[in-house]
Design a binder for this molecule. Structure first.
Ligand SMILES: [Zn+2]
Length: 299
């Protein structure tokens, strides 16, 4: 351990899965559990509640993510709609935490009464302007104590929330009996993450930093797998009832997705996009980079 690692390592950091101590990982901000497979970070989350920052080019990101996100959201929404039923034959209620521009709310509208929560003021206002039911603020603060849902969805959100256990316990307070929590997040066991770990070990940490979203306003603070998700859910009296995967790459839109971070030069983005495009058929048969863990209350 270097002096720099020591300086940023805070004694008392605890694994949210097995509750043992975390220890320094591959970078000064990276943490690995001393007992289980959970990985975390000390990267600071600084969500733009005032809507003034411009680090990620929203328009470029929108274009890059659009095709993949739409097909993934449609597949996921159909899966959830098959599982979730509401009492009394009513339309089930769906809460989307960190709903961004409301794409998943739009996918869910045919089957659910939807509500979104979004902390980024500019993004939330844009969703409301498009007629979507979105509350500006943080989960669960903007909910009334009595509000209940049949399904609560975290699409690329839970891995950004430092106190993941508190978030799941809050879900339990707002779930109907038999309700679901859907966690759509990058998987520690995915091929891209494993490749980035290998590169970081070889002294090339760029892709590792990128997967953790280091330097972005809302970096990742957790990298989950099946075992750690099950353990974390267990502390909130929930269990993993189903697991599915989603594709993380399509050739179209890759360039825009990479270029959305303005610190990546155009030539480099083009090179990375073409390499990933060539590799993407192979990536489909390798361990999935995106997993969806579907949680339900125990018993
Ligand atoms: Zn652990």
């Amino acid at each position: 351990m270097t002096d720099r690692d020591m300086a940023t390592f805070q004694v008392g950091e605890q694994c949210p899965a097995c509750l043992q101590m975390m220890r320094p990982g591959l970078q000064p901000w990276h943490r690995v559990c001393s007992r289980c497979t959970y990985e975390g970070s000390t990267l600071l989350v600084d969500i733009d509640v005032a809507g003034t920052a411009d680090v990620v080019d929203e328009a470029m990101r929108e274009e890059g993510l659009n095709q993949l996100r739409q097909s993934n959201f449609e597949a996921l929404e159909a899966d959830i709609a098959r599982r979730v039923t509401a009492a009394g034959g009513e339309r089930p209620r769906l809460l989307d935490v960190g709903c961004a521009h409301g794409w998943f709310l739009e996918a869910g509208r045919p089957d659910f009464e939807v509500l979104g929560i979004e902390p980024d003021a500019k993004v939330a206002d844009a969703a409301v302007a498009r007629g979507l039911p979105v509350r500006r603020g943080f989960f669960p603060d903007v909910l009334d104590a009595s509000e209940q849902f049949d399904v609560i969805v975290f699409n690329d959100v839970l891995e950004h929330i430092p106190d993941i256990g508190a978030a799941l316990r809050a879900c339990m307070r707002h779930l109907q009996p038999g309700g679901w929590v859907i966690v759509n997040a990058p998987a520690r066991t995915g091929v891209l993450y494993r490749f980035s770990v290998l590169m970081a070990r070889l002294g090339l940490p760029a892709s590792f930093e990128r997967l953790w979203q280091k330097g972005l306003p809302s970096p990742h603070v957790h990298y989950l797998d099946d075992d750690s998700m099950q353990a974390i859910a267990g502390h909130a009296a929930m269990q993993v009832a189903a697991v599915r995967t989603l594709p993380s790459l399509t050739a179209r839109g890759l360039y825009a997705r990479i270029r959305a971070d303005r610190s990546v030069p155009a030539a480099k983005a083009m090179l990375v996009a073409s390499v990933l495009s060539v590799a993407s058929p192979a990536l489909r048969i390798l361990p999935a980079d995106i997993k969806v863990w579907m949680l339900q209350a125990k018993g």
